[in-house]
Design a protein around this ligand. Structure first.
Ligand SMILES: Nc1ncnc2c1ncn2[C@@H]1O[C@H](COP(=O)(O)OP(=O)(O)OP(=O)(O)O)[C@@H](O)[C@H]1O
Ligand SMILES: [Mg+2]
Length: 271
C-alpha cells in the first residue's frame, strides 16, 4: 500500500477535492483505495455521501485504539473510507499525554496494508498540527496541493518548509510532489503562476494540473466524485490523468515512488 498525503498549510486550496476525486479515479482504474479523512470538518467523508457522526470514526482508531477494519466504511464509488467526525479534534488533546503520538496512524494502518494499493490521507489546513504529523509519518509521498492563484507560490514554499521541518523533527522520510490546482488558463495570472511553480519546484511537479471546474464544486455538494457524476467532463479527465501519472510512476519506480524521475512527455501538457 502506497500512502500519499494531500497537504498544504493553506485552507481551501483543494486538498479534499483532490483526495476524493483522485481516490475515485484510481478506483475506476481497478485500484484498491482507502481514503483517510484526517480533518474534523469531515468534508471528504461528506463528499463520499458518508457519515462519521453516527458510528465509529477515525477518532476511535486514534484515541480508543479500535481496529481500523471495524471503522472502515464501504462507499458506492469503489473507494473505502476511514471517516472523520467532529470529535476527531479530541485527538489533539489526548495526544499531548502520549509518547510519540505521531506514530498512531502509521501503526494502525499496518493492519490493512495488504488490503489496498493506495491510501490517500486528506489533511486538515494546519500542516504543523498532530493530525498532519500523523499523516506525514505514515506517508511515503506528501503531495503539496497548490492553488494557482495570487500569493500561492510563497505560501507553498512556506508550507513545504513547515512540514519538512516537522518531518525532520520526528525522523520521517517521505518525498514531496507538487500538484497545481484550481487552474484557470484564461487568466494571465494563472498561466504565469503555473510557470513560476514549474521554475520553483521543477521535477517535483506533476505534469497534470487540475483545472478550475464547476463540476468539481457540484460533485462536492452532491456527495458524488466527478468520475461518477460527470465521467466525460474535463475535471474527470484531469483526475484520470493524475491517476495514470501515479500508476506510471509506480510502475517505473519498482515500487519506490520517491526515486522515480518525472518525465514531461507522459501526459497531455496542460498549456
Ligand atoms: N479545481 C477546482 N475547481 C473548482 N472548484 C474547486 C476546485 N478545487 C476545489 N474547489 C472548491 O473550492 C473549495 C475548497 O476546496 P477543498 O475543500 O477541496 O479545499 P481544502 O484545501 O480541502 O480546504 P480545507 O483547508 O478547508 O480542508 C470547495 O468549495 C471546492 O468545491
Ligand atoms: Mg479539506
Amino acid at each position: 500500500m502506497r500512502v500519499l498525503s494531500l497537504i498544504n498549510q493553506k485552507g481551501g486550496c483543494g486538498k479534499t477535492t483532490v483526495a476524493v476525486n483522485l481516490a475515485a479515479a484510481l478506483a475506476r482504474k481497478g485500484q484498491r483505495v482507502l481514503l483517510v479523512d484526517l480533518d474534523p470538518q469531515a468534508h471528504a467523508t461528506l463528499a463520499l455521501s458518508c457519515d462519521g457522526e453516527a458510528g465509529l470514526s477515525l477518532r476511535d482508531v486514534l484515541v480508543a485504539q479500535k481496529p481500523v477494519r471495524r471503522v472502515i466504511q464501504r462507499t458506492r464509488f469503489g473507494v473505502d473510507l476511514l471517516p472523520a467526525a467532529s470529535n476527531l479534534a479530541e485527538f489533539e488533546e489526548t495526544s499531548a499525554r502520549m509518547l510519540k503520538p505521531e506514530n498512531t496512524l502509521r501503526d494502525a494502518l499496518t493492519a490493512v496494508a495488504r488490503d489496498y494499493d493506495w491510501a490517500l490521507l486528506d489533511c486538515p489546513a494546519r500542516a504543523d498540527g498532530v493530525l498532519s504529523a500523523n499523516a506525514l509519518r505514515a506517508s511515503s509521498v506528501a503531495i503539496l496541493v497548490v492553488e494557482t492563484g495570487a500569493f500561492a507560490l510563497q505560501g507553498a514554499v512556506r508550507a513545504r518548509r513547515i512540514f519538512e521541518s516537522t518531518a525532520r523533527a520526528q525522523g520521517s522520510r517521505f518525498d514531496t510532489r507538487v500538484l497545481g490546482t484550481l487552474f484557470d488558463r484564461r487568466t494571465k495570472c494563472g498561466r504565469e503562476l503555473l510557470l513560476a511553480m514549474h521554475a520553483r519546484f521543477g521535477r517535483d511537479m506533476f505534469d497534470t494540473v487540475i483545472r478550475e471546474s464547476v463540476k468539481l464544486r457540484e460533485s462536492a455538494a452532491r456527495g458524488t466524485p466527478v468520475p461518477f457524476l460527470a465521467p466525460r467532463s474535463g475535471a474527470a479527465d484531469d483526475f484520470a490523468s493524475l491517476a495514470e501519472e501515479l500508476l506510471v510512476l509506480r510502475l517505473a519506480e519498482g515500487h519506490d515512488l520517491s526515486d522515480a524521475p518525472v518525465t514531461k512527455s507522459r501526459v497531455r501538457a496542460p498549456l
